[in-house]
Design a protein around this ligand. Sequence first.
Ligand SMILES: *[C@@H]1O[C@H](CO)[C@@H](O)[C@H](O)[C@H]1NC(C)=O
Ligand SMILES: *[C@@H]1O[C@H](CO)[C@@H](O)[C@H](O)[C@H]1NC(C)=O
Ligand SMILES: *[C@@H]1O[C@H](CO)[C@@H](O)[C@H](O)[C@H]1NC(C)=O
Ligand SMILES: *[C@@H]1O[C@H](CO)[C@@H](O)[C@H](O)[C@H]1NC(C)=O
Ligand SMILES: *[C@@H]1O[C@H](CO)[C@@H](O)[C@H](O)[C@H]1NC(C)=O
Ligand SMILES: *[C@@H]1O[C@H](CO)[C@@H](O)[C@H](O)[C@H]1NC(C)=O
Ligand SMILES: *[C@@H]1O[C@H](CO)[C@@H](O)[C@H](O)[C@H]1NC(C)=O
Ligand SMILES: [Cu+2]
Length: 584
Amino acid sequence: MSRYLRTIAVVLAVLSSAICKPIGGLFHSAEELAYRQTPGVARRGNYHAISTPGGGVYPRLEIRDLKKDTDAWNIFILGMRQWQEEVDPNDAFSWYKIMGIHGMQQQWDSVPQADGGPYCALIEQTLLVNARTAVSKFPDGGLKDRYSKVLETLRAPYFDWARKLAPGDPILPDFFQRPKVDIVTSTGNQTIDNPLFSYKFPSNSRKDLYDPNQLWWSEYPNTVRIPTSQDASAASRNDVVESELNKTSLNLRERVHHILTLETNFSNVSSSSYDGDSLESVHDIVHMTIGGDGGHMSNVPYSSFDPIFMFHHLNIDHVAAMWQKGHQDTWVQPQSQEYTTFARPNDAVADENSALYPFHKTIAGDFFSSKDVRDYTVFGYTYDDISDDPAILLQTIEEHYGDPVPSNQKREASKVPKNGTDADQVYIAQIKAPKFALPGGYFVYVFVGEAPGDDSDPSCWNSHPNFAGSTAIWSSDNMKHTTNGTGMVNTVVPLTWTLQKHKADGKVADLCEKDLVTEYLLKNLSWRVLSVQKHDVPLGAIPGIELSVITASVTLGDATKFPVAGEYEIVFTQKVAGKDGGYC
Ligand SMILES: *[C@@H]1O[C@H](CO)[C@@H](O)[C@H](O)[C@H]1NC(C)=O
Ligand SMILES: *[C@@H]1O[C@H](CO)[C@@H](O)[C@H](O)[C@H]1NC(C)=O
Ligand SMILES: *[C@@H]1O[C@H](CO)[C@@H](O)[C@H](O)[C@H]1NC(C)=O
Ligand SMILES: *[C@@H]1O[C@H](CO)[C@@H](O)[C@H](O)[C@H]1NC(C)=O
Ligand SMILES: *[C@@H]1O[C@H](CO)[C@@H](O)[C@H](O)[C@H]1NC(C)=O
Ligand SMILES: *[C@@H]1O[C@H](CO)[C@@H](O)[C@H](O)[C@H]1NC(C)=O
Ligand SMILES: *[C@@H]1O[C@H](CO)[C@@H](O)[C@H](O)[C@H]1NC(C)=O
Ligand SMILES: [Cu+2]
């Protein structure tokens, strides 16, 4: 029997960090009862074990699809509200504590850091516990029975920011943007504060969030996205988040498509410590795009408090699961943990038997390892769009993340693909960059064609007609204190779709004509660095940053086989010579 594989554990091992402050697990009878009734989470003293929900394996849906089911959506929103507003913040399962695992200065479950796969499962199961509590408050009768039935198969949704949408659909759905939401509650219909819009911090959280150098983090009464200001009056600008996501979405889609179809090595796909594109790097730019300057999602330690965080992480888990379904022969390679978490010594080798802290497998206190969660159905979920049938899997990847140019327009009539003999040429801007060069991270923008002028507004550069894509390097100071690596990370901006468009516009030769395309890119490609504040930063201020254009010939796949990239060759490399914009 084929097995589901898991990667995300390692992806997130690289991201999370925490230092220790013991928590006291308080028991609250209503919640405790709900936990006991929920298969999957067992709780004893300060230990919380996640295991197989007895109820079976059900799919996680894309969040827009969950919305289409009125009952499931209502229960989901009730569960989110219950979790954020009704559970005592001191409880180990509160929103405040569980979302503190990602990196805030908290310790969870007697151990100090978090890994991804079980983290998503813990979040899902805690959401379901709260949904169950909310439904238990309904008066006995038809509605409660109906909701109880829906609860049996409900799973947490993921937010797919890369998927093709119907024309006119926002990338950031309306239900993330509105401050209020209408729901059916146990006491009738109500308009409530939307638990997907923002999380309200508990009144005593200021001391936990206090940072003398960045006072606003403890002043914000709730989570914000690209805020209007950095003080207690800050409001989210979700319309700006939408417009930023819109400008980066094609690029994100090409990256997801590239990862799913052309990246073949598990370590490289997981982590930006290795060559090629990675889920870690795609994850990073989505964080920085949604958070912007001063928003929670851009700040490593606090990002998880924003309700959108969990659906973003569930999507990273979703793409990872899809990748593994297509690459079932690969699993965790032993790898050095360069940007490690505090629980493992730096440069420790993590392999598939390494424990995934802080997730206990049993109430006796054993931890999950990557090996244990290789088959993710142990946590009772799968994904709505992941199939065991390779033909369906490949078709779904194309439908959701495929090239906007239909393939019959890409090739001339004489070049109809022949079995195993015809090839496409891919071009990628591969960037090596110092992780900690600017506080909080930075963006790298790539242009093909005349670049925006020096007097133009950098915050508009991603709507410039020659903008070819961007990537981001994300960090926080507390990661820096625990690193021993070179501090260089790898990321990419794929250029193939842009070049195909330029070819269609008659600006460049067929992509197979490597010399002509190289000459075109040498003359036309340029790149810029922008701070989190979207200010232009001279490349010379980013020591060691370099961009190489690489290319490979790709043998076309077929209905059941991925395409295969040949050896990548470096077309050219641009390094910063030390002064602004000077290359050597
Ligand atoms: C409450 O809202 C639901 C869903 O919008 C609707 O079907 C129902 O009729 C409403 N109930 C009342 C009492 O207004
Ligand atoms: C971005 O917004 C424009 C204008 O509303 C729209 O035409 C376009 O389809 C959007 N792009 C994506 C990828 O959503
Ligand atoms: C994947 O890449 C890693 C890091 O470069 C390497 O150690 C490992 O051997 C590679 N695995 C395979 C199957 O090629
Ligand atoms: C993975 O990364 C390593 C080191 O960064 C690189 O040498 C190797 O070629 C990459 N493998 C693949 C398949 O991209
Ligand atoms: C493609 O070529 C392979 C061997 O090179 C062969 O086994 C297969 O049957 C061919 N498929 C088609 C559709 O011609
Ligand atoms: C970095 O490496 C040195 C020497 O191997 C070691 O003593 C130190 O503890 C390491 N630092 C971290 C944060 O792991
Ligand atoms: C782009 O490249 C072409 C030749 O390949 C050249 O004629 C053109 O001037 C270049 N454009 C810019 C803006 O450099
Ligand atoms: Cu994250």
